[in-house]
Design a protein around this ligand. Sequence first.
Ligand code: AMP
Ligand code: MG
Length: 522
Amino acid sequence: MPTTPSLRFDNAFVTRLPGDPETGRHVRAVEGALWSPVAPEPVAAPRMLAWSADMAGRLGLDPAWMSSAAAAEVLAGNRLLEGMAPFASNYGGHQFGHWAGQLGDGRAIGLGEVLDPGGHRWELQLKGAGSTPYSRSADGRAVLRSSLREFLCSEAMHHLGVPTTRALSLVGTGEPVVRDMFYDGHPAPEPGAVVCRVAPSFIRFGHFELPASRGDVDLLRTLVDFCIARDFPHLHGTGEALLGDWFGEVCERTAVMVAHWMRVGFVHGVMNTDNMSILGLTIDYGPYGWIDDFDPDWTPNTTDRQHRRYRFGQQPQVAYWNLSRLAGALSPLFGGHEALQAGLRRFVEAYGAADRGNTAAKLGLSACRDEDVDLMQALRDLLKAGEVDMTLFFRQLADIDPDAPSLDGFDDAFYDASRRASVEGALGEWLRTYAARVAGDPLPAEHRKALMDAANPQYVLRNYLAQEAIDLAHGGDMSRTEALLALLSHPYDAQPGREGFARRRPDWARDRAGCSMLSCSS
Ligand code: AMP
Ligand code: MG
């Protein structure tokens, strides 16, 4: 019998911030408080389906315990460990451009904040563990397909070097959850699951927006002071200068995060302000997707099909818009607008710098000159016009011969012969320009390849790969999920024998639900 882990809990959020005096799960408006006490609702038959050895290791959790029935019980929410103090937090948000009022953790339940052996803080949060005062008309549960997608993608993003919340575990509940996946009047039962998410902080932009929207400046100030002290302990100073530094850092972190998304081809899908982390972490994996053929207008989210507000190419602008909403919420704490405007400028500068860094790294250049920005834009236009796979193209680019550039070796990156034919001439011309640029760059060839391979992953969680893992998991087979978790722990390595997972999207997945189109139903 593995021993029960003794984790060091320091539950700052619930001990230092005002909580809801009311108890129970009944749905309610919660004013003057940032959280409500609520325990997970036990499930029928918890079974550990997958767990992250990397995350468990960071927390100091014994692998033997993670594989035990006891761990499944705890990570489904059936049993609490000593020191856990479960709660749901209270936030609002702008959804698809409109203020939505109070939202809150409708199906996320915080278990507490662990201090790991290295002294780092990790909040544990169960997603899908039952209803809370913020569940509104929904059930507080989550289905296996969306939970598996969140579990795998969190860990994949982490190993890609993209700031993200993490995932410790994926537990099957043994209970069905009814969902109308296509919102077409055909609800059906699906297997339920709970993911244990992990992050230093789950504070969102919407946590600040809600008290601000209610004119509760005291609560807003309390939360800001708490967030700076707990989540930004490296910031010093006092008064408005400190607040300005903090907001500026939030802007910078958000810029860096989005620049990473653009580098690897990740589309969040639902960049509402309640899904924006104050630490600049990718959070709330819902109908997200990965770019196969390069298309800045693509969004995986069918709910957003009409306006495509959250399409791939728009993500930097949306992040800025979201930060502007945060600035608006924080404005009662500032005497004027200068510091907030300076923060927003920091976003623009940081994004510009990160984007240039991405251009240099993805093209293998020692630095990004002004003309390289145009070179990259010209390439993007060609990749779109030619329906070229983003991941395969950039990975292959490191292997061209600058003395004899050609499209040989790029065959796998094309989806359509006639689209290929339409750009072949221009793309060949682009390659010659690029080869000349590379030849004149001081970076030695072997450094160039290393730089490019570290910026252009070989393996990403393509939408069809996740869907195949889900189909197998529905039949009780977790082997593909395991294989993907291992594969995506080293996304920049060639991994001989696993090249099949780098293949472009197969034709069957082009228009299949779950692969190219995802609803918010989860
Ligand atoms: P999301 O679209 O996942 O960011 O969720 C928006 C809001 O809806 C948040 O307040 C969630 O907690 C809530 N929510 C989403 N799904 C559920 C569910 N199944 N049960 C309760 N609340 C939910
Ligand atoms: Mg959300």
